[in-house]
Design a protein around this ligand. Structure first.
Ligand code: AMP
Length: 598
């Protein structure tokens, strides 16, 4: 219930005093977006004025946008690699940032097959925390009574490593969950989780998921919202329940914890939560033992008001599956963030997934926008890039996001393409269009065209002894299976039919492709179990010519036709699937260790 005595916000009446403050902050930031941006840039440039990187561009103390834009180049990760490598190797001088780099955040975007290393500084945690603190006040405007129950969130930490120079390297959420900001967060009735910290912080993904699910089942009637960071994670949790409900029901019936959960701190905390509850065990058994899992989320957690999960961008492919399991519950995409920087939030979180727009918060970093022209890099020597400021983007246009962060990334291309859908006060709102150069994605993995090409080349080496080659290929992210998996269609040229490659050889080709793919893919396969075995579907010869004929009948130019390296259009999939002569799956897991190869 909204508190009438509180100052109402243009966004709506706040639910409590804390919310009023947060909503007022959003108003202030978005009303004064340009001024805030000017200040943020001046602050970053003055504190980092003596860094080696900025000194190189002779700003001579200037902190204004014009000088900055005219002297400092727009860069990508590869451009910064030498500086990043030096920091990773232990050089503590002020290379990118005057504040010490506290750790590296490992992005799911990769460079040369390994996660990109994003430098960060201690105070960035406060900035991220600030953005998190705005999410519930906005949600409370749309969904009343969230203080009357809990959130069942499947949250996980991933493995971390140290760079040669001794800095931690880990994903941004692992860094956040392990921080005091998260672990000792003050009690907030609007933000209570069923998962205990011990379960979230357990590095073993089975033990962590098992205990988080168990707690969610025990508290099933209190659960008002259910989520994971990305849709793929929530679907993985449902799949986990499908596979493990008999043991979970057994634990609930007896009040004793599965011995596979061996982490002492998790066991210790679960003994305080668990008690024998035969009635609940019967309920779980009844619900889960049927074949029909349609609407299972609302059956088990009947008070759930919405799913809190990102289903924009690559995650949109999971919307139908989540609709099936949740009986059509609303899906809230609350925020847009990355390892480089957290960007902003959705001010209308209960809107349809297709209508989600994120409002970039101008206090998070200095933002620029590179007009995005399809089929062009946006940067050519003849015409220098004309980047526009946050408040100057135009409705309906697409841009690539470029950021300057407090941690020392200057005019850094994030690689996300955004479209302007409107404004809140003077702050633009963006639809996430896509990430550049991503062909295939199941979970947080991102495989681009050259990685796929190399994987096909590596795997096809195994066909040499059979006088066979891959003449054409394309791919598809199959999310009908859980977990989803990559499907690669191969058209083969077999020169001696008596010596054609066997099923075993083609299975080894699947594995060879997986070995060749980047470390985020392999981590998903090995540690997270979020990606299933890669599949090669061999299609009969002439299939890709048919594919071209089909494209030409639909208006493609015969001269410019290129084989699409990824397909998702149903008629094309049907054409390909109708020509499949054999299907082969990777027989084992590829190699993956937390250590970086370079
Ligand atoms: P990472 O650096 O691994 O944390 O990945 C960050 C990237 O994930 C962003 O640059 C986006 O491409 C994607 N991403 C993050 N949040 C969203 C969102 N709300 N919707 C769509 N894509 C997102």
């Amino acid at each position: 219930m909204a508190v009438d005595s509180l100052l109402s916000s243009p966004l709506g009446p706040p639910a409590c005093e804390n919310d009023a403050e947060a909503l007022q902050f959003i108003e202030e930031m978005t009303r004064n977006a340009d001024l805030v941006q000017e200040k943020v840039l001046a602050e970053i440039l003055s504190r980092n004025a003596t860094t080696e990187y900025l000194q190189r561009f002779k700003l001579n103390g200037a902190t204004d946008r014009e000088t900055y834009k005219s002297r400092v180049p727009v860069v990508n990760y590869e451009d910064l690699q030498p500086e990043i490598q030096r920091i990773a190797n232990g050089d503590r001088s002020a290379i990118l940032s005057a504040h010490p780099i506290s750790e590296f955040l490992t992005s799911s975007g990769t460079s040369a097959g390994e996660r990109k290393l994003m430098p960060t500084i201690k105070e960035e945690l406060d900035r991220r925390q600030k953005l998190y603190s705005l999410l519930m006040p906005v949600m409370n405007l749309y969904v009343p009574g969230l203080n009357k129950g809990k959130g069942l969130y499947f949250l996980f930490v991933k493995s971390e490593t140290k760079t040669p120079g001794g800095l931690l390297a880990r994903p941004v959420l692992t860094s956040y969950y392990k921080s005091e900001h998260f672990k000792t967060r003050p009690y907030d009735p609007y933000n209570v989780y069923t998962s205990p910290n011990e379960a979230i912080l357990c590095a073993d993904s089975f033990q962590s998921m098992y205990t988080q699910m168990l707690c969610g089942l025990y508290e099933r009637e209190q659960v008002l919202r259910l989520g994971a960071v990305f849709a793929s994670g929530l679907i993985r949790a449902i799949r986990f329940l499908q596979l493990n409900w008999p043991q979970l029901a057994h634990d609930i019936r007896t009040g004793s914890l599965n011995p596979k959960v061996s982490d002492p701190s998790v066991r210790d905390c679960m003994t305080r939560i668990m008690k024998p509850d035969p009635e609940l065990a019967d309920f779980v058994t009844n619900q889960c033992s049927t074949d029909n899992w349609e609407g299972i989320i609302t059956k088990i957690w009947p008070n759930t008001k919405y799913l809190d999960v990102i289903v924009t961008g690559a995650m949109a492919q999971y919307i139908p599956t989540l609709e099936y399991y949740s009986g059509g519950l609303p899906m809230a995409c609350t925020m847009y963030a990355s390892s480089e920087c957290y960007f902003g939030l959705n001010l209308n979180p209960m809107c349809k997934p297709s209508e989600v727009s994120y409002t970039i918060m101008p206090n998070m970093a200095y933002f620029e926008f590179l007009p995005h022209e399809p089929n062009s890099s946006g940067l050519t020597r003849d015409s220098p890039p004309r980047l526009v400021d946050l408040v100057d983007v135009e409705l309906g246009k697409e841009y690539e996001l470029v950021i300057t962060t407090y941690a020392g990334l200057c005019r850094y291309r994030v690689g996300d393409i955004l479209r302007v859908t409107g404004f809140h006060n003077s702050a633009p709102q963006f639809h996430f269009v896509r990430r550049k150069n991503v062909l295939l994605s199941i979970d947080s993995d991102k495989t681009d065209e050259s990685e796929l090409q190399k994987a096909v080349e590596d795997a096809s080496q195994l066909l040499r002894g059979f006088n066979t080659s891959v003449v054409e290929y394309t791919s598809y992210a199959d999310t009908k299976t859980i977990p989803g998996h990559y499907v690669i269609y191969w058209e083969l040229l077999v020169k001696e039919s008596a010596n054609s490659p066997s099923n075993e050889v083609l299975e080894q080709c699947c594995l060879a492709m997986e070995e060749s793919l980047n470390s985020v893919y392999r981590q998903g396969r090995v540690a997270d179990n979020s990606i299933g075995p890669l599949e090669i579907r061999v299609v009969k010869s002439g299939t890709f010519e048919e594919l071209m004929d089909y494209a030409i009948t639909r208006g493609a130019s015969i001269n410019q036709y290129k084989v699409p390296r990824c397909v998702s259009f149903t008629p094309i999939m049907e054409l390909l699937d109708a020509r499949v002569v054999s299907a082969h799956f990777s027989p084992s897991l590829p190699h993956w260790t937390p250590e970086r190869r370079r």
